[in-house]
Design a protein around this ligand. Structure first.
Ligand SMILES: NC(=O)c1ccc[n+]([C@@H]2O[C@H](COP(=O)([O-])OP(=O)(O)OC[C@H]3O[C@@H](n4cnc5c(N)ncnc54)[C@H](OP(=O)(O)O)[C@@H]3O)[C@@H](O)[C@H]2O)c1
Length: 289
């Protein structure tokens, strides 16, 4: 999918990753509709601000009517409430699903005719490593991202016939407002935007932006005990399971981070008698992995 000369619409383009995607698409020669709930908060030189609340059907329809020739749709807008399934108000949990799942669906449905008219077109859905992994303080967000992942796969099948390529971007923490509370390593949003746009241009349907995404993606195949190693305490690991779960990756609920360069840190030590390779003390719960 050629980006130069395309017409893109990016949701949530007023800040964070969306803003970088807008800037970089313009630099690559695209016309960019920078969609935002408050269009006057868009300050991307050269972008066309447009009003869009992805959870409001009237707003979605109005945005689709106001454009007409979009050839690349980037579903980037996202919410993050934090909290857990048991503690958070049910309305907050519902809002995550309304934004990431129903919002992305509504926008894609509204823009599908424009994408079809282009002959060749693309959708990029900004997912997360949390589409494949969950933790108590991110459970509602993770469930919504998992739903959006399934949605993305289904849309790819449905839109293939009209010449629309559908790509999924999976990424760990990005250094934006959404991850302001996180102390772990974070990806530079400009780097993530560049990598994602290169991948869309190259026709990739699944984009893994960092090591964390690659590790978690690999662990999916190894089953739940690879993703949630704290539960390995209760069962003996077979040699095969150990071999599959060897990567130096801590998926503890608090930090979820790659350990490649931190093996010598005092926060980790080799266990003597347990069926695990390293003990991680970066969480309230001591995690085995
Ligand atoms: N940051 C991370 O660590 C991380 C990691 C993996 C994936 N992601 C994903 O990356 C995407 C971008 O997030 P970010 O990191 O750039 O977060 P961010 O800085 O918090 O930006 C979120 C954007 O989404 C917009 N938005 C939220 N609800 C909306 C709605 N109902 N309608 C329209 N726009 C809405 C916000 O608009 P307002 O300014 O009006 O609030 C804002 O522009 C999200 O899909 C997120 O899930 C983020």
């Amino acid at each position: 999918m050629k980006l130069a000369g395309s017409t893109a619409l990016i949701t949530g383009a007023n800040r964070g990753l969306g803003r970088h995607l807008a800037e970089q698409l313009i630099a690559r020669g695209a016309t960019v509709y920078a969609a935002a709930r408050k269009p006057d908060s868009v300050d991307v030189p050269g972008a066309i601000p447009i009003t869009l609340d992805i959870t409001d059907p009237a707003s979605v329809e109005a945005a689709a009517r106001a454009t007409g020739k979009v050839t690349i749709l980037i579903n980037n807008a996202g919410s993050f409430i934090g909290g857990s399934f048991l503690q958070s108000p049910i309305e907050d949990i519902r809002r995550e699903m309304e934004t990431h799942y129903f919002g992305t669906l509504a926008v894609t449905r509204a823009f599908a005719p424009q994408l079809a008219a282009a002959g060749t077109s693309a959708v990029l859905n900004v997912l997360s490593v949390m589409s494949w992994y969950t933790s108590p303080e991110m459970s509602a967000y993770s469930a919504a991202k998992s739903a959006e992942w399934s949605l993305t796969n289904a849309l790819r099948l449905e839109l293939a016939g009209q010449g629309t390529q559908v790509s999924a971007l999976h990424v760990g923490y990005i250094d934006t407002d959404m991850a302001r509370h996180v102390e772990a390593d974070k990806n530079d949003p400009a780097t993530v935007a560049q990598l994602a746009l290169d991948a869309v241009e190259a026709g990739q349907i699944e984009i893994l932006a960092d090591d964390m995404s690659a590790h978690i993606r690999a662990d999916l195949a190894a089953g739940a005990s690879a993703l949630y190693p704290q539960f390995r305490l209760t069962t003996a690991l077979s040699d095969g399971e150990r071999a599959r779960t060897e990567p130096n990756f801590c998926s503890c609920s608090r930090h979820l981070r790659a350990l490649k360069n931190t093996r010598s840190s005092t926060t980790f030590r080799q266990p003597k008698s347990l069926n695990a390779r390293v003990l991680c003390r970066c969480s309230d719960i001591v995690c085995l992995f």
